[in-house]
Write a protein that binds this ligand. Sequence first.
Ligand SMILES: [Zn+2]
Ligand SMILES: [Zn+2]
Length: 174
Amino acid sequence: MLIDLRELLSGSSQDLTKNVSLEADTFNNGLFDYPIVKKAPFDVTINKIGTNKISIKAVTDVTLSIPCDRCLTAVDTKVDLVIDEIVDFADDASEEETQIEKDYIDGYNLDADKLLFSELLVSMPGKTLCKEDCKGLCLKCGTNLNIKECGCDREVLDPRMSVFKDILNEFKEV
Ligand SMILES: [Zn+2]
Ligand SMILES: [Zn+2]
């Protein structure tokens, strides 16, 4: 959903509150698509704080379906989002770099989905477990060890595979 910022930037109004809804049903963090299982409309408050400067504020939460780090079972994970951003539209070359990061600004529009996603990227939990003592998957046969014990001899594989698992986890946390 796009919010038109022209009235604010032209000076005909100083603040703007819009109730927006997230349009997307999945969130992609650059590696995976996470289904969004719960979302609610929320207010975005935009204030003009300088000639070409605005502040953007919103508080909401979304629930993502994130696979457990150990057994891959989908876990509904609520992520609280507090958005507090400042955007400077000043036409200054030195500002270019910061503007590029703010991909939720599209011309004179604010893209509410992208705004929320940029916050989700930094607010997502680094670790997701279906339960604290999740036993994970058997590294030999893939059985979910929370459900049943497969009887494989895993001792031999563990040292090597744990290194492999660390690499995977590191990759996921980037
Ligand atoms: Zn698990
Ligand atoms: Zn097994």
